[in-house]
Structures are given as C-alpha cells and as structure tokens.
Ligand binder design. Structure first.
Ligand SMILES: Nc1ncnc2c1ncn2[C@@H]1O[C@H](COP(=O)(O)OP(=O)(O)OP(=O)(O)O)[C@@H](O)[C@H]1O
Ligand SMILES: [Mg+2]
Length: 625
C-alpha cells in the first residue's frame, strides 16, 4: 500500500470505546497499549494529580469516586437543567456544575472545571495514542460514531471533542449504520436489515436496505438515555433498599465509596447473570466502622428472574421504540431479512428473547456486539481517504427528528421531516405577520410536537432591516441544510432585497426549560407564517423538475440492473408510485402535495443512482467483489 497516513474509526461509547482501521483491505480492531480491544470510557484524576484514562481510571474508581468520570456520553451536548442532567446529578458520584453561560454542563475534577467535550477528548486522545503506537506513526484523521438518535447539539459536541483531541473528524456517522457497514462488508448482501443496538447508555434501532455497497437507511428510532447504566441502576436501587431495611435505615447513597462499590458489583452481577441463573454480591465492610459503630457488610444473592423483573420495563421500552420505528417506516417484522444485535447489553438473554419474539426470527450471530461499530467506522474512514482503492460505500443516512421553526401562534412548522436522507437542504417560503414588521425571528427547533415549546430549541437568530410593507407582503425564504454529519445550518433571506442571515446551530446554545419558555414568548410579533401561493408552487416545481428528469435519465440503467438481480424490485415498484404521485401533483399545481413528496422523490433518485451504479458493475462495488 502507499505510505498515505492511515485513517481510523472510533466508537466513542458510553461504557467502552473502540478504535479500528482497515489494513490490507481488512477491517480490524486496534488493541490498546494494554492489549485490550475495549477501552473503558472513564477519565480520572488520581490522588497524586495524574490524569488517568481507560482501565487505569476504572481500577481506582472505588477509592476515588469523586474524581472519576464515567458515562460522560450521557451528558454530552445536553442542557443544564434538562431532565437527563437532573437525573444524572442525582446518581453520579462526581460533581456537575453549570457552564459559565449557565446553559451547558461541566464536570468538576480535582479542582478544575471541564466541559464534557473535553472529557470525551481525553478518551479520544488515548485511542489516538493507542493507534499511533500500533502503527508506529502519527495519526490524525478519524471517523467517529454517535447514536443515530443523537440530536444536532450532541453531534456538534462530539465533533468538538475530536478536534480537542487533535483529530481531523472526517465524518460523524451513526452507530447502527456503522454496524451495518461492517456486517455487509465484503458480503454482497442484498436485504433489509434491522440493527438493534443496546449499549451502556443509549438505545438505537435502525432499518436499512442494503444492496451491494449501498446502505440506505429507511428509518431510525431510539432513546439516548436508555442502556446498561439503567439496568445497573435497578440492581443498585434494589440493593440499597434491601440494605436500608436490614440495617435500620442506613442509606448507602450517602457514601460515595460504597456507591461506587455497589455500582461495580451490580454491573458484575448483571453480566454474570447472562451466563448463570444466580449471582452472589458480597461486599464486606461496605459502610460504618469507627465511632464505636460496627462495620456493615452486604451479602446477597440475585437470581436471573429477579434481574428480569427489575428491568422488565426497560426491555419493554426498547421493544416499544422498535415497534414504533417499524410502523413509521411501513415495515412489517416479517419483511426484515436479518436482525443484527449490537451493544454489550444485547448479551442479556431476556433482551435477546424479546427481540427474537418480536421479529419471530433468530437474530444474526455473526457480528461482535462491542466491536462491530468501530469496524464500520474504520470502513467508512477508509472509503473517505482511499477512494482509489475501490472501497467506496454509499451511505444514505437519515435525520432522526423533525426540524423546523416556530411560526405565529407558537406552532412548530416542520421544514425537514425525520427520516429524511442526509445530506439534504429544504427551502420554505414564509411571510411577515404584522404590518411594517421590521424583523423576523427564526427559532430553530427539533422534535415531534406541534407546539413549539414542547420541542427542543437548537438556536435562534433575527433577520432585521425588513422593508416596510403590509403583513403577508414580505416573503422570507427559510432554508435548512443538513450535512452528511447530520449537522444543521439554517438561513433566512428576504426574497426581494436579498438580505440574509444564517447560523450553524451549535451545542453551546443549551438552555434551561425556563429560558426556553421565555425566549419563545419574547418578540412574538417577529414571527412568520407559512406562505401558500403560486410562488411556492413555482419554487417547488423548479426543484422537483430537474430531479424528475435525472430519474428518467437513469431509467435504462436501472432496468438493466433489475434484469440482473432480484434486489431492488420492490423498492423500484414503490418508487414508481411516488413518481406517479409527483406527476399528478405537478399537473394539479399542488404545492403542498409536492412538498410532501419531495423527500420520497429525493430518495427515489438516490435509489436509482445506486442501482444504476451497481448495474454498471463499476462500483460502488468493491472492485474485486
Ligand atoms: N454479558 C453481558 N450481559 C449483560 N450485559 C453486558 C454483558 N457484557 C456487557 N454488558 C453491558 O453492556 C454495556 C456496554 O456495552 P457497549 O460496550 O456496547 O456500550 P457502549 O458502546 O459503551 O455504549 P453506547 O453505545 O450506549 O454509547 C454495559 O452496560 C455492560 O454492563
Ligand atoms: Mg455502543
């Protein structure tokens, strides 16, 4: 191979992180300097002031709980005052404080205050150093994965962490997509797969159509606050409750060292119960001693059934999200060709059974649940940096949540619906709502509610200097763009004067619920309303027309591809339905219908492109495939 600097893929997990690369055409995990594939995502400052990362940090967690940070991924890109942060503050042994603007979360560690991306950067730096030791050369380029259900702020913060660690972040990709990439690597797979990823902190479900080297994500769902940590917590609560009952109300939660020991044994017992039917938890001298009081010990047995009872609702939540996501995508469990289990928590028999029952099939056993995400990231990193190697893959990922702006009445107007393939851009026309309105305010939100205040505010800006006119006469074009990383940019433009304002939505705009309410209530006279007019139809037609033409141009190649392979027949049939509806909407000058179809049309174009390429047999196949 050339002496081009190799690129790496990093799975920055809640519990464990993994780094991988493609060497001699084969994706492989890079062991850390201690020889392990998994590096605990734990950062600490030891009693002697030394910074520790990974297994070393984990090993001293019990005696140094206050200065040991774990599960930082659950806090990244979150707002101070949000429900998740409040939850975390209640249970974490290390102190959290608000950032200087009062909106983001900081960690206090040995007298210093760190932003969460700085903590994650320490883990990333460690992995970078491991890769450098393995390659024997500096490494600077990486693809980093995030849960599919991460929002814009969380993606931004992760990218920042990479930059702080001295990495050029080639791309942020979704963990389940990454897992699918590794699953399909070198296999010529053509089927619909579901990736069920239950890790230490997050749950993701993704449905993909895989065809040769085209990975078309159909839908994603998930919960960024549901994972192994919650299973551990259930055991901890059960133990502390029982302990208090047996020992006259002694509350273990007040003792940080006891709590850390409990956490450790709870996790150990949980893991053990995946292989055995009972586990013993034995913690001598857990609390007390001193001042003449006897030391207290904890000794308990926990059975698998007990664990399953304590965590039943967590498993149910995973299945509920799975069900919703499939329904959203119009996919029946029986249509799924393969179910891929990812994440350490899917080793729990009860989780496997729930998945198996839901899909009425055995999940795939061929992937390593903790390593597969990093392998996929490595494949993507390789495809991005060594395109001449014939390793191209076409990733068509989607945006997990509706994105839009607040309009008059406090409503949420979706501009890019969830499950839209990225990168994408979308423009809608709005008008002023007051006579002589001089400014318009664009509050950028994401979420599922029709009411703006129930959704998450990603940022806002004001477009001023609007020319005086009657209400409804000034037209403002609002454009949303989502990059391949899933990061959002928004701009607003006065159609006549060309005056423009834009922002890249950033994580630092984190706000408390109250601030959010206040901001949304302010300056309501500067809002917009949706424009419904012939101009909108013209605008849509101008966008849809060329796409339609491009699709028609690809038709012969697609036909040819279909003659050679079974794959894609259903998808093309569905696509024909979309094309017919688009033509109908064009004939009827129905801009609303066109708006709704635009995304499906774009997806059709991507599908046709992918099929045409595959049909030509020149890639994105892997050359030797
Ligand atoms: N055999 C097992 N049985 C049950 N749980 C297990 C087993 N092995 C590992 N786990 C749990 O899996 C979780 C870690 O999984 P994994 O390494 O996939 O998570 P992660 O990638 O760090 O997290 P995330 O993807 O949510 O950010 C931990 O909660 C761990 O306790
Ligand atoms: Mg993971």
């Amino acid at each position: 191979m050339s002496d081009q600097e190799p690129a790496i893929g990093i799975d920055l997990g809640t519990t464990n992180s993994v780094v991988a690369t493609v060497r001699d055409g084969v994706p492989r995990v890079i062991p850390n300097r201690a020889g392990q594939a998994l590096t605990p995502s734990i950062v600490a400052v030891a009693k002697n002031g030394k910074k520790l990362v990974g297994a070393l940090a984990k090993r001293q967690a019990i005696t140094n709980a206050e200065n040991t940070v774990f599960a930082a991924k659950r806090l990244i890109g979150r707002r101070w005052g949000s429900k998740e942060v409040e939850d975390a503050r209640r249970v974490l042994p290390y102190p959290l404080v608000a950032g200087p603007e009062g909106n983001d979360v900081r960690v206090q560690l040995a007298g210093h205050t760190y932003a969460i991306p700085e903590i994650s950067a320490m883990v990333l730096s460690e992995l970078k150093a491991d890769a450098e030791a393995w390659f024997g050369r500096p490494i600077s380029r990486a693809v980093i994965t995030v849960p599919a259900y991460f929002n814009d702020g969380q993606r931004h913060a992760t990218k920042d962490a990479g930059r702080i660690a001295g990495l050029e972040v080639l791309r942020i990709i979704n963990e389940p997509t990454s897992a699918a990439l590794a699953y399909g690597f070198g296999k010529q797979v053509e089927r619909k797969v579901v990736v069920f990823d239950l890790g230490g902190g997050t749950f993701d479900i993704s449905i993909l159509d895989i065809g040769k080297s085209v990975y078309d994500v159909v839908a994603v769902g998930g919960d960024t606050y549901l994972g192994g940590e919650d299973f551990d917590r259930r055991i901890i609560d059960w133990l502390t409750f029982g302990f208090a009952k047996e020992n006259g109300g002694v509350d273990l939660r007040e003792d940080k060292m006891a709590l850390q020991r409990l956490k450790d044994s709870a996790e150990r017992a949980k893991i053990e119960l995946s292989g055995t039917s009972t586990a013993a938890i034995h913690l001598p001298f857990l609390v007390g001693g001193g001042e003449g009081k006897p030391a207290l010990h904890l000794d308990r047995q926990i059975g698998r059934e007990k664990l399953e009872e304590l965590t039943r609702d967590l498993v149910d939540r995973c299945i509920a999200v799975t069900e919703r996501t499939l329904k959203d995508a119009g996919v029946r469990p029986a249509q799924v060709g393969e179910v891929i289990l990812v994440g350490g928590m899917t080793r729990m028999p009860r989780v496997q059974k729930a998945v198996k029952d839901f899909f009425a099939r055995e999940p795939c056993r061929g992937v390593h649940p903790e390593e597969v995400v990093a392998l996929g990231a490595a494949i993507q990193a390789h495809a991005l940096t060594a395109p001449q190697s014939g390793a191209e893959v076409l990733l068509l990922d989607v945006t997990p949540q509706n994105l839009g702006i607040m309009v008059v009445g406090g409503y949420f107007q979706t501009i890019i619906p969830r499950n839209t393939t990225v990168p994408t851009s979308e423009t809608h026309l709005f008008t002023t709502v007051q006579d002589n309105q001089t400014a318009v305010r664009i509050a950028v939100l994401q979420g599922a509610s029709e009411r703006a205040v129930d959704n998450e505010l990603l940022g806002e800006f004001v477009l001023g200097g609007i020319r005086p006119a009657r209400r409804g006469e000034v037209e403002i074009e609002v454009t949303f763009e989502i990059s391949a990383d899933g990061i959002v940019g928004v701009s607003a433009r006065d159609v006549v004067t060309g005056q423009q304002q834009s922002i890249t939505v950033t994580a630092t705009s984190g706000l408390t619920e109250e601030e959010m309410k206040r901001i949304l209530d302010e300056r309501v006279d500067e809002l917009l309303e949706k424009k419904q007019s012939t101009q909108e139809y013209e605008l849509r037609k101008d966008r849809v027309g060329p796409v339609l033409a491009e699709i028609e141009g690809l038709r012969p190649a697609v036909q040819e591809a279909l003659e050679r392979t079974r794959f894609g027949k259903d998808a093309v049939q569905k696509a024909e339905g979309v094309l017919a509806r688009v033509r109908q909407a064009m004939d009827a000058h129905d801009s609303a219908a066109l708006a709704e179809l635009e995304e499906a049309l774009e997806r059709t174009l991507q599908l046709f492109k992918g099929l045409a390429e595959a049909g030509r047999g020149q890639g994105p196949g892997r050359g030797d495939g």
